[in-house]
Design a protein around this ligand. Structure first.
Ligand code: SPV
Ligand code: MN
Length: 656
């Protein structure tokens, strides 16, 4: 693959401050080999040592030895991806009480601390050297003091515990997308989750030796309470150090803060991609099945808890991934691969009617970790929105639970946390797409951007072209906050490409890279927006959950030029007749002209207000905004003002 975007990221290439400030557990012997010191050797034991020595990679050995010296575990387990090693990790999670078995075979429950139920944005930061500025929209910490701080917290933190050293691969193995990773953790839950979520990487390390750069991920859950949840949340830290490709996470268990390969390595990958000419996106990948046997691959970017997994799992379509995608250009095509092979999905609202594939998997034997749901006395599970009545009592993220239980602030505790999740292998779903592990990825036909927007955008709309799409659908994306992150819910926030939380490069540069990305692509994918959350004047949602099945079929037809669309100031919207036909074919439902009018009515003031907000942010919070962003915003403003002049404030589609 030819990288064609070359971007200098201003990071000073200082090598391994981390390594040079600690005494090393390894000694270099000729030819770059590394000899583990005795203290490290003793903790590793012969069998583990052999597994490590089989890998020809001195800097890997050095990193592992230094983590052992720093965290001082009593013993170390190295996972070489054999069935026995995988079994050992699963069993450890049960033996140590980080997970407990449920009634259905293979199902387990894990709880995070009551105050550790989402991504902790405040204590997560990209480490930057003095003088480096990623802009006010990105949380950064000054590198050296932050390293000193986290190293002090990590010092001796694994005393009396076992450390696991695991190898994984981001992206399909043996592919241009692959990035090998080493995960070190004292949490069997984290290690176990990763064996479900990521492709095994030990062989990748054996094959690549020292040739391929790799990511290093160090996690400790710290001290646990009697429920096996984190005790020292005040010392929770999640630091991403792009200069050394290392991620540190400590005193937290919630997956989004601890599963190093997920949102933590994602920050490292965004920066690496920016340097090498590829993209890391917060995107699902799905096959949308069109007329005949046509399959068109879609990417979809949604903020957390805004319908990404349920879209990836749409009935009638097939899933490649539901959270993170790598995008590369090759031979005039845009191609994408799922970074993961499993799903850490939101469980709230999953029911037998709307989510048959998930429902089936969640109710069948097989390896699934449920987190922060309610466990009934029969060791079944219940979550908000599950079929059937709410059990009167059980155990959940708050401990013993009963209907009406209140927390210390007098707030009623729901049976499950809104961010409760399930972890399972995508291969266990009956709608898995055949291209899941394709080392070439899939060819992308369309990109969809969507946020939680109750009052502005129509349910589905195509952009005029790539630039308009990247700017108006992606860079201008806003969404109301959710329970996926700690803090207040329902606050409208700017979230470019649904990726803001994970950016490790300045926002303006990121937008520019997106704008440039398809320069070598012959037929650039079409860009759409969707809004599943638009409400009417009565405050009720205008769409049913299942309506999105129609939107995707319509978009698929548009990609192939099979239907026309109506041009409005904000983009191209469906014609009533096409939707009516699709509602009948896909959902066996009648779609009324009234519904169409309400849903696709252009709200001029709301759209103008959004342009004001977005323009303000790109002038103040973001300081390296590409000029073209402002001209595209202003062109859209002019189209809206002209339309208002002609048709008024609220414009139904029949006016166009
Ligand atoms: C998200 O919050 O976007 C998730 C789950 O996909 S987490 O692992 O918390 O990032
Ligand atoms: Mn996500």
């Amino acid at each position: 693959m030819t990288p064609y975007v070359h971007v200098e990221i201003p990071l000073v290439p200082v090598r391994l401050i981390y390594y040079t400030t600690v005494s090393c557990g390894v000694r270099r012997t000729g030819a770059g080999n590394v000899d583990f010191y005795n203290g490290v050797k003793t903790r590793l034991g012969q069998a583990n040592l052999r597994k490590l020595e089989a890998i020809d990679n001195p800097s890997l050995h050095q990193f592992i030895a230094e983590c052992i010296e720093l965290c001082a575990p009593e013993k170390v387990f190295v996972c070489a991806d054999t069935p026995e090693d995988m079994h050992y990790l699963r069993e450890s999670a049960l033996r140590r009480g980080e997970e407990a078995p449920l009634a259905i075979e293979g199902h387990t429950i894990h709880f995070d601390n009551y105050a550790d139920q989402g991504r902790d944005k405040k204590n997560t930061g990209i480490l930057v050297p003095p003088g480096m500025d990623l802009g006010a929209a990105i949380e950064t910490k000054e590198r050296e003091p932050a390293l000193r701080d986290i190293r002090a917290i990590l010092k001796g933190i694994m005393a009396g515990k076992e450390m696991s050293v695991c190898f994984f691969c981001l992206g399909p193995t043996n592919s241009v997308f692959s990035i090998p990773c080493v995960q070190i953790t004292d949490s069997s839950y984290v290690a176990h989750s990763e064996t479900i979520l990521y492709r095994p990487g030990y062989r990748e390390f054996l094959r690549e030796g020292r040739r391929k750069p790799f990511f290093k991920l160090l996690h400790s859950q710290g001290e646990l309470d009697e429920r096996k949840t984190c005790k020292n949340l005040k010392n929770r830290r999640i630091y991403i150090d792009p200069m050394d490709d290392i991620v540190y996470s400590v005193n937290t268990q919630y997956g989004g803060n601890t599963i190093g390969l997920k949102k933590l390595a994602m920050r490292l990958a965004i920066r690496r991609g920016a340097q090498e000419g590829w993209l890391t996106e917060h995107m699902l990948i799905m096959g949308v099945h069109g007329p005949g046997r046509r399959v068109t691959y879609f990417l979809g970017a949604f903020p957390s808890l805004c319908g990404k997994t349920s879209t990836a799992m749409l009935q009638g379509e097939s899933i490649v991934g539901d959270d993170i995608a790598y995008l590369r250009t090759k031979s005039g095509e845009l191609r994408a691969a799922n970074v993961e092979k499993g799903m850490f999905g939101i469980i709230q609202g999953v029911n037998s009617q709307d989510d048959p594939s998930q429902w089936k998997a969640l109710n069948s034997p097989g390896e699934i970790i449920f987190s922060n749901v309610l466990v009934t006395p029969e060791r079944g599970v219940y979550w908000i929105g599950k079929d059937g009545p709410v059990p009167p009592q059980g155990v959940n993220h708050s401990g013993d639970w009963w209907i009406g239980k209140k927390d210390n602030d007098g707030k009623e505790i729901p049976p499950s946390h809104p961010n409760a999740r399930f972890t399972l292998a995508i291969e266990s779903l009956d709608n898995v797409d055949a291209a899941l592990h394709d080392p070439e990825g899939v060819r992308v036909g369309a990109i969809v951007y969507g946020g939680r927007d109750s009052d502005t955008s129509v349910p589905v709309e195509e952009s005029f072209d790539w630039t308009h799409g990247i700017i108006m659908k992606g860079a201008a994306l806003e969404s109301e906050t959710t329970a996926a992150t700690l803090g207040k819910e329902g606050v409208r926030e700017f979230n470019p490409m649904s990726n803001l939380d994970f950016l490790s490069i300045p926002v303006g540069r990121y937008v520019q890279i997106n704008l440039d990305f398809v320069r070598v692509v012959k037929n650039a994918p079409r860009i759409f927006s969707v809004n599943y959350f638009i409400k009417g004047r009565d405050g009720k949602f205008l769409n049913k959950k299942t309506d999105k099945r129609v939107w995707y079929k319509w978009m698929e037809l548009r990609v192939h030029g099979d239907v026309d669309a109506i041009r409005t100031p904000t983009g191209l919207i469906p014609r009533y007749g096409d939707l009516k036909k699709l509602f009948r074919e896909v959902l066996s439902e009648e779609y009324s002209e009234n519904d169409y009018r309400d849903q696709f009515m252009l709200r001029v003031s709301e759209n103008l207000a959004k342009i004001d907000r977005v323009s303000h942010i790109y002038k103040t919070v973001v300081t390296d905004t590409p000029e073209i962003l402002f001209s595209v915003l202003e062109e859209q403003r002019k189209r809206l003002l002209d339309a208002r002049e002609k048709f008024g404030e609220y414009i139904t589609p029949d006016k166009w």
